[in-house]
Ligand binder design. Structure first.
Ligand code: NAD
Length: 411
């Protein structure tokens, strides 16, 4: 059984020494991390290819460039963010000097997930460093090549007492969670999120839980469908559908469904050619467990597009299912793969009722050129984010929960 007493003891001592309160020290660590990404870009791309068969261009956009830009953004604003603030004073403090200091929490634990194995872990790590914390860095064991890269390379760039990397699966993480942390940042499934939350509660440790969920996509008949299909399939098929904010299922009328399917066949052929399996542009399912889980979900409804698979490569063809029932497993659990079911509704009102009868969506996507329809969804639903006429792009705009794109911009 792993024992993390020493690791935590060293991190606690490092934090108490005041080392990480020094802003120049934080800046240096962040610059080192940025240099690490620059000097090891090819190794990162190879690790992602080995774990997920991720195409290089995708890895650049969603991992390395994303992480580099995040650190550059932090470095640019760091001096401003660490300043104490002078808040407006109420009458009773009018004669006093009132200041708000932004203090670090202390020793923070960041636990990453396998689907974006670097950025989901290292972006929150960079923020925690910037805020002056010591950070225990725990990669997902499921993306084994990326975890090895993180364990082998990151310690060469960061202070080892302040920012230790700890590897392992559920039993090691459970052991780690017996330690008292000052903050826990977790990304992964809701099932494990409950375990993390229960462990944190024992010490009343504050947590951020970045969990999964379903992200419906409503399409009405007013949109230019070719563009909508491209944007939906692109969002669905990045990382082979293994994206928390991928459009999970479609809500549309039978009439829109028929046109959607015809366009989708055409777009998939344009992107991946006649033999999708031989295309270098589609990632693979992470492991055999998830592959089998996805084959189970494919039993819902009827295959209208795709449906082929090959267990030896963990390849699943982009698949569109129709005639699904709302009680089918595919409509109940997060899909997290290249399968897109269509559930028929005859109006925006029916779609809203369907959405509101379920857990709040992680993201709600709507495709319509009617402002009235947009407003029906904005005012009549609740979700983590709402994106109009595009998918995924709202992720780049962290501060706004509503993202609207022109329905006709070519993408
Ligand atoms: P995972 O299996 O990699 O698990 C996540 C982390 O939890 C890993 O570090 C793992 O070691 C640890 N873990 C697993 N079982 C554990 C246990 N029993 N006790 C303690 N720790 C344990 O990833 P996953 O959970 O399959 O990740 C996919 C999920 O993450 C999806 O539901 C997805 O939607 C969600 N996700 C959410 C976001 C977001 O920002 N909201 C981003 C990406 C992924």
């Amino acid at each position: 059984m792993a024992n993390f007493d020493d690791t935590l003891q060293r991190a606690r001592l490092a934090f108490s020494s005041g080392k990480t309160r020094n802003v120049s020290f934080r800046r240096k660590q962040l610059e080192n991390l940025l240099r690490c990404y620059e000097e090891h870009e090819n190794e990162i791309i190879s690790a992602l290819e080995a774990d997920l068969r991720r195409p290089k261009q995708e890895s650049l956009i969603v991992e390395t460039e994303f992480m580099k830009n995040d650190i550059k953004h932090i470095l640019f604003h760091l001096d401003e963010w660490v300043q104490s603030e002078k808040p407006p004073k109420p009458f009773v403090n009018l004669m006093d000097d009132v200041q708000i200091y932004n203090d670090p929490f202390g020793v923070v634990l960041v636990i990453g997930a396998w689907n974006y194995p670097l950025q989901l872990l290292l972006v929150p790590v960079a923020s925690a460093i910037a805020a002056g914390n010591c950070v225990v860095i725990k990669p997902s064991e499921i993306a084994a090549n990326c975890a090895k890269f993180i364990a082998d390379v990151i310690p060469k760039y960061l202070d080892n007492d302040c920012y230790p990397v700890v590897c392992g699966g559920p039993s090691e993480t459970a052991e780690l969670l017996n330690q008292r942390f000052d903050y826990i940042f977790y990304t992964g499934s809701t099932r494990v999120g409950k375990i993390i939350h229960a462990a944190a509660n024992k010490h009343l440790t504050p947590t951020t839980l970045e969990l999964g969920g379903k992200s419906p996509c409503y399409i009405d008949k007013s949109v230019e469908l070719r563009t909508a299909v491209k944007r939906i399939l692109w969002g669905k098929l990045i990382n082979c559908g293994q994206t928390c904010i991928a459009p999970d299922y479609i809500l549309c009328s039978k009439e829109v469904q028929e046109k959607f399917i015809a366009e989708a066949k055409d777009v998939l052929k344009e992107w991946y050619g006649d033999n999708i399996q031989s295309s270098p542009d589609l990632s693979r399912v992470i492991n055999a467990n998830n592959f089998q889980r996805l084959l189970g979900l494919m039993k819902s409804g009827r295959v209208a597009v795709g449906g082929n698979y090959d267990a030896s490569e963990r390849f699943i063809e982009p698949t569109i299912l129709v005639d699904v029932k709302e009680t089918d497993p595919i409509m109940e659990e997060e899909i997290f793969g290249p399968i897109l079911p269509i559930f028929n509704v005859e109006s925006a009102y029916e779609a809203i009722k369907f959405i509101n009868n379920r857990e709040s969506p992680l993201v709600l996507y709507i495709f319509t050129s009617e402002t009235d329809v947009q407003n029906l969804f904005i005012n009549g639903t609740q979700s983590g984010g709402l994106c109009v006429n595009d998918t995924i792009m709202h992720y780049a705009e962290k501060s706004h929960l509503l993202y609207t794109c022109s329905p006709t911009r070519t993408s």
